[in-house]
Design a binder for this molecule. Structure first.
Ligand code: NAI
Length: 459
């Protein structure tokens, strides 16, 4: 009999939710090791703080634009110190909530840095340097990822930061330069442009959010342009340097022409990489590839008692993907089949309006050799969108021509991050356009646009 049934290393949404489920649903004796605050990147340096800042920034923009709703307000301003204080309050509330749930489910929480000694032994080094050794049946690695900095000279200059730094910043930039037009880059472009800060985005690829449907990229680029954001694509950053009177100067090439842009704050968000430093002792290293831990369909590594979930396994670095992998890992440890279908993971970008995508887009369906078609409706006929003066948006559905089976959906509209759930369910369940059309949705709502998007005679 071992001391623990499972020891989880890393308390992000993957790790802490799996620890709760292990103890609560499976009755496993569980320990959770975390070196920083509970909640991981998502709660402390990612999704939650970003969305809290976005909420304040969007409100500010909406209040400034409220005359179109017949409202008159006095002078509107914002205080970054207070926005940051509120963000801290939100984070503290959520952290305490997690700590309370750990207590309720009797999960042993250990503050320290975990290291795998062998397949059944984990060592934790506490902040005071003391060590404890845990004997366990299973180990779950959920150590997440961190920002990966490209080798750009000057990336270490003061004022140049990753999203961790910008999320903590209490000063408002006069001009924000964002290197990387992916998810993080566009969410920060949305925050700061809503606050009235001039923003420039440099993206190396021919389009922003390049891993999503082309039409989403184009629509977001147009919207950001309307909000005053300058977006340069095909821009290869060469160096950053401090120049008297100009601040931080970024030299880049665009269509082989050398250009430069200056800013007082620079955000580098060019991707993230798995965190495995110091995690494995010699002789106990699972199979890895390009820094990520390799797992099978049940999240098991090449060491049978050791499982891994979330960002540390590479792929889609999303909180909900990590939690889903955790559910599958627990099922596998307990001899049960997978709970979640990891081939259908929705992803969202919290710009305003939001962007969401699930399953295949047109290009993905073509790549898979599927005989699919897509249909698109624009939101301009949706009552709720018009009455709330929502931005021009759309919903696109990808379906099999012969059967009408839905294979994916992409959307850019108000509440897209909520609406995409219906399509995640449809793709997972193999539902057809006809079945989705037959669902009665309330009126007036954003979601009734889904009925329109699935109307059979459109095909
Ligand atoms: P990303 O992979 O989404 O985008 C990075 C972008 O930087 C790419 O478009 C890439 O072409 C570009 N790039 C790389 N090197 C460059 C260079 N030297 N110059 C200019 N551009 C360059 O990575 P990002 O935005 O850092 O996000 C990291 C992870 O966090 C992603 O996996 C993302 O899914 C996740 N995340 C998810 C969120 C959400 O679901 N709402 C929010 C924030 C992050």
């Amino acid at each position: 009999m071992r001391e623990y049934d499972i020891v989880v290393i890393g308390a992000g949404p993957g790790g802490y939710e799996t620890a709760l489920e292990a103890a609560g649903t499976y009755g496993m004796k569980t320990a959770l090791i975390e070196k920083e605050a509970l909640g991981g990147t998502c709660l402390n340096h990612g999704c939650i703080p970003t969305k809290t800042l976005l909420h304040s920034a969007d409100l500010y923009r909406e209040i400034r634009e409220c005359s179109r709703f017949g409202l008159t307000v006095g002078e509107v301003s914002f205080d970054m110190e207070k926005i940051q204080d509120r963000k801290e309050e939100v984070l503290n509330t959520l952290r305490s909530g997690i700590a309370m749930q750990m207590k309720q489910k009797k999960v042993t929480v250990i503050e320290g840095t975990g290291r795998l000694v062998d397949g059944h032994t984990v060592e934790a080094v506490r902040p005071d340097g003391s060590k404890i050794t845990l004997d366990t049946e299973f180990v779950l690695i959920a150590t997440g990822s961190r920002a990966s900095l490209p080798p750009i000279p000057g990336a270490d200059l003061p004022g140049v930061m990753t999203s961790d730094g910008l999320l903590e910043s209490r000063t408002v930039p006069e001009h924000l330069l964002i290197i990387g037009g992916g998810v993080i880059g566009m969410e920060f472009a949305s925050v700061y442009s809503s606050l009235g800060v001039p923003v420039t985005v440099l993206e190396a690829l021919p389009r922003i959010i390049a891993n999503l449907d082309k039409e989403l990229s184009q629509s977001l680029k147009l919207l950001m342009k309307k909000r005053g954001v300058t977006i340069c694509t095909g821009a290869m950053v060469k160096e950053l340097r401090q120049e008297e009177g100009r601040g931080i100067v970024c030299v880049y090439t665009e269509k082989e022409e050398e250009k430069s842009v200056s800013a007082d704050q620079v955000l580098i968000c060019t991707g993230r990489r798995p965190c495995t430093e110091g995690l494995f002792s010699d002789g106990c290293i699972p199979e890895m590839e390009k820094g990520r831990v390799l797992v099978n369909a049940g999240q098991q590594t090449s060491i049978p008692s050791v499982y891994a979930i979330g960002d540390v396994t590479g792929g889609l670095m999303l909180a909900h993907a990590a939690s889903a992998m955790g559910k599958n890992a627990l099922a596998h440890m307990n001899g049960k089949p997978n709970v979640c279908d990891l081939s259908v993971i929705p992803s969202c970008i919290y710009t305003s309006p939001e962007i969401a995508s699930v399953g295949l887009d047109d290009a993905g369906a073509k790549e898979k050799g599927l005989d699919c078609a897509s249909r698109k409706i624009v939101m301009s006929a949706n009552g709720k969108t018009v009455l709330s003066a929502g931005e021009r948006g759309f919903i696109k559905v990808v379906y099999e021509k012969e059967t009408g089976r839905i294979r994916g959906a992409q959307m850019m509209c108000e509440r897209a991050s909520d609406l995409i759930g219906e399509f995640a369910q449809a793709v997972t369940a193999g539902a057809t356009l006809k079945q989705m059309y037959g669902v009665i949705r309330p009126h007036p709502t954003f979601c009734e646009a889904i009925t329109e998007a699935c109307r059979p005679e459109l095909s």
